[in-house]
Design a protein around this ligand. Structure first.
Ligand code: GLC
Length: 473
């Protein structure tokens, strides 16, 4: 089976968060399980030099009537672990950083380029697996040419919207797709909807989030569509795994290695020394600083938290949250390291005692899994993947997205920390958990097989011309 993943980030070539992490491991595991796997992502300026240019030129037949011609494309390639990583080098990706305000336009170009690039490389997908809104258009275009799509939602909040008059021509899609049953959404073109509507199967990265997004509280305005997909048997949740080789306290080059709770002491001592912390336990967070992650709640809770804990935060994002944390960093029990720092992240996962994730919503969340693997006990809000991954006899949970509820859960954790036997038993259970990618990788392969043995996805409510709608490939 030839599987083609399409995503805007792929670790270690490009990454801003969990999406990149997933694309850095799922394809490799699927290849090990016997699938033929290609991964397509943009060739950003920051992608490392090891990518070799294999083709450059103008893509054939790219511009329909009224469509701006795509500029010449450079195509790069790397092979790793049996997987072919393909990079689409359009001029619009040739700037530092991954995401920019004109991304709907940039990923529309990407969406038009991917299938011709694959064709040029001789890759014929059986299933095209798109991830998040940046890949939505590719799933739609694949479906229109008879290729079955699976579309995974890693975060429903970012949808890739732009006003319809400007955005519609960028997509290069026929008018009948631009209705409310298709890509149209409150007067905008919505590229997330392109993936949702045209995929045979839609998945999200935990079973709990799959249920949550059918409700107004989590559906980001798409709960109606999600409810319909669920009713049609086209929506499911497959829990992410963790790259357990990359995140392994026994072999981690960035921390004093340890394989059991007793050995963790050295990592804790090292982190304490690195930041000159006192003897209080360490509560950490490694996170995008965003409303989703509830980091404002953490800041609001700090006056109480510092009574029990040293608090170490690594992350960047929202300037207001960064400023709030910078101010707090003057406190002897608060450390704020701004930005992304992979080695420091490892030292924090290993050296903290507890790990806070007060997320307002969390499609899956990887940090809590990493933390547990390093014997660091999570304090999490009960939402999405946090519900599905943090056992009650390991972590500490709370229900409401309020500073008061977060504080109470941290106080509960602090009390448990005082009971050495209870804490040690929790740490032991945490470190014994396994979040292998094997099971989820097999679940996706099973889903692809089902998709392949079913007719092309129905285009419910769309007025599709016969030949475009249903003709077999
Ligand atoms: C997004 C989600 C996060 C998930 C990750 C990988 O970053 O916010 O919850 O773990 O994607 O699927």
């Amino acid at each position: 089976m030839q599987v083609v993943h399409v995503a805007s980030e792929v670790f270690p070539f490009s990454r801003s968060g969990g999406l990149g992490d997933v694309l850095g491991v799922l394809p490799l595991v699927q290849a090990r399980l016997g699938a033929e796997v290609t991964v397509v992502s943009p060739w950003y300026a920051d992608v490392p030099d090891e990518v070799t240019e294999v083709w450059s030129g103008t893509l054939p037949d790219m511009s329909g009537p009224g469509l701006p011609v795509l500029p010449p494309v450079r195509v790069g390639e790397v092979r790793r672990g049996g997987v072919r990583f393909v990079f689409v080098g359009l001029p619009c990706f040739d700037r530092p950083g991954l995401y920019h305000p004109d991304d709907v336009w940039r990923f529309s170009q990407f969406g038009r380029a991917v299938l011709p690039v694959l064709a040029g490389l001789g890759v014929v997908p059986d299933v095209l697996h798109g991830h998040d809104w940046q890949a939505g258009l590719v799933v739609a275009r694949a479906r229109l040419s008879g290729v079955r799509g699976v579309f995974s939602v890693h975060n429903l909040q970012y949808q890739g919207r732009w006003n319809l008059p400007d955005g519609a021509p960028w997509t290069g899609l026929p008018d009948w797709t631009l209705t409310p049953e298709g890509l149209e959404f409150h007067g905008d073109v919505n590229l997330m909807k392109a993936g949702l509507v045209f995929a045979s199967q839609v998945t999200t990265v935990s079973p709990t989030y799959a249920r949550e997004i059918t409700t107004p509280a989590f559906g980001e305005g798409l709960e109606g569509l999600m409810t319909r997909l669920e009713a049609e048997g086209r929506l499911s949740g497959i829990l992410n795994g963790l790259d357990q080789e990359r995140w392994d306290p026994r072999t981690d080059q960035d921390v004093p290695s340890f394989s059991d709770p007793a050995g963790k002491g050295a990592a804790v001592a090292a982190l304490r020394a690195e930041f000159g912390l006192d003897g209080a336990p360490i509560l950490a967070s490694v996170s995008r600083l965003a409303e989703q992650k509830g980091m404002d709640l953490l800041i609001l809770a700090l006056p109480q938290l510092v009574q029990d804990w040293n608090v170490v935060v690594l992350g960047g994002g929202d300037p207001a949250l960064e400023a709030g944390l910078r101010e707090w960093a003057a406190h002897p029990r608060v450390v704020f390291a701004q930005g992304m720092n992979e080695p420091l992240a490892h030292r924090i996962y290993a050296g903290a005692d507890a790990f806070a994730m007060p997320s307002r919503f969390e499609p899956c969340g990887l940090s809590q899994m990493i933390a547990m693997r390093y014997g660091t006990l999570p304090v999490v809000r009960l939402t999405g993947g946090l519900v599905d991954t943090v056992p009650g006899d390991v972590g500490f949970t709370f229900e409401q997205a309020t500073a008061a509820d977060l504080t109470a859960a941290c106080q509960e954790a602090f009390a448990a920390f005082g009971d050495r036997a209870d804490w040690a038993a929790r740490v032991e259970r945490a470190m014994a958990l396994s979040f292998s990618w094997d099971a989820p990788a097999r679940s996706y392969l099973g889903l692809y097989a089902r998709v392949l043995s079913s007719p092309l996805s129905p285009l419910t409510g769309l007025d599709a011309p016969q030949e475009q709608a249903g003709a077999p490939a």
